[in-house]
Design a protein. Structure first.
Length: 288
């Protein structure tokens, strides 16, 4: 079977946040998450290639999104959105513009509704630029209403996102005539690192565990940084200390930073054991 190319289009982005929910969650963040989840599923499906119009928080014009898909000669184009109207509005719906897209909209809408378990608002004609200016079959998915407090909560629930992403992925394959058999990649053995014994000499002294990676000591940023009086943030995989982004290593969902970073950002003093280099003593600025 010939390889099929699907272009996924996370709507909005950058200066265009899209709609916002009652708790100020933003459409642009939800749709990017969904597109990335669908990509992750489809990239393991034989005979399917996936491309995104954006994969970070950037602004891309509507016509430019269509041009990306047209230039790549995509076989299918799917634009992701979250609806907004009243706080009582609810449900999922799918839009198409061209005659060659109606059957695709029907397949995708059923797959999305079956997965979301939300009210089926049906398949509708819509004159939206991204599905009007693309030359291949194209649909625009409105997964749910971000303006509805219940659906806003669902849209940002990881389990809901995973379930709907799986359904949409299968729907894409069904429409393109590709068997939805996911080749599960072999999981690599977990990476282990030598453990560093870390003592922070505050009041009182506390012990933590760090790791050694290629002779560099990395420390879990939040517990140690906050114990030393720092303001630790963690957004999109990067640690910030007092608002400054710092080099980050993500291990099993925990953000690690280099020990020297604490010296630079918090004024800490570091000492490694002369007889045992796996022992690290940290003296906060006020203790020096």
């Amino acid at each position: 079977m010939a390889e099929k190319l699907v272009v996924l289009d996370p709507g909005h982005g950058g200066k265009d946040p899209g709609a916002s929910g009652p708790t100020k969650k933003r459409e642009k963040d939800f749709v990017l998450t969904m597109a990335l989840k669908v990509e992750e599923i489809l990239k393991n499906v034989p005979n399917v290639t996936v491309s995104l119009t954006r994969r970070t928080d950037v602004y891309i014009g509507l016509s430019d999104r269509a041009k990306i898909a047209n230039r790549m000669k995509a076989d299918f184009f799917v634009s992701f959105h979250a609806n907004s109207l009243f706080s009582t509005s609810h449900g999922s719906e799918t839009f198409y513009k061209k005659d060659n897209s109606k059957s695709a909209a029907q397949v995708l809408n059923k797959a999305m509704v079956d997965a979301s378990k939300l009210h089926d608002r049906g398949v509708k004609y819509g004159n939206f630029a991204v599905i009007r200016e693309t030359t291949m079959p194209s649909v625009l998915l409105e997964v749910g209403f971000i303006s509805n407090p219940t659906e806003e909560r669902l849209l940002f629930d990881p389990e809901f996102q995973d379930r709907v992403a799986q359904g949409i992925s299968k729907g894409i394959c069904d429409y393109m005539g590709v068997k939805f058999v996911v080749d599960k990649p072999v999981k690599p053995a977990p990476v282990t690192y030598p453990v560093m014994e870390v003592t922070v000499h505050g009041e009182p002294a506390q012990k933590f565990e760090g790791i050694n990676v290629n002779n560099v000591t990395w420390l879990p940023s939040r517990p140690i940084g906050e114990y030393m009086g720092g303001r630790i943030g963690y957004k999109k995989g990067q640690v910030t200390i007092n608002g400054t982004p710092v080099e980050t290593m993500n291990i099993a969902g925990t953000g690690y930073v280099k020990a020297r970073t604490l010296t630079d950002q918090l004024g800490a003093k570091l000492f490694w054991g002369k007889d045992n280099p796996t022992i690290v003593d940290i003296y906060p600025k006020e203790a020096v």
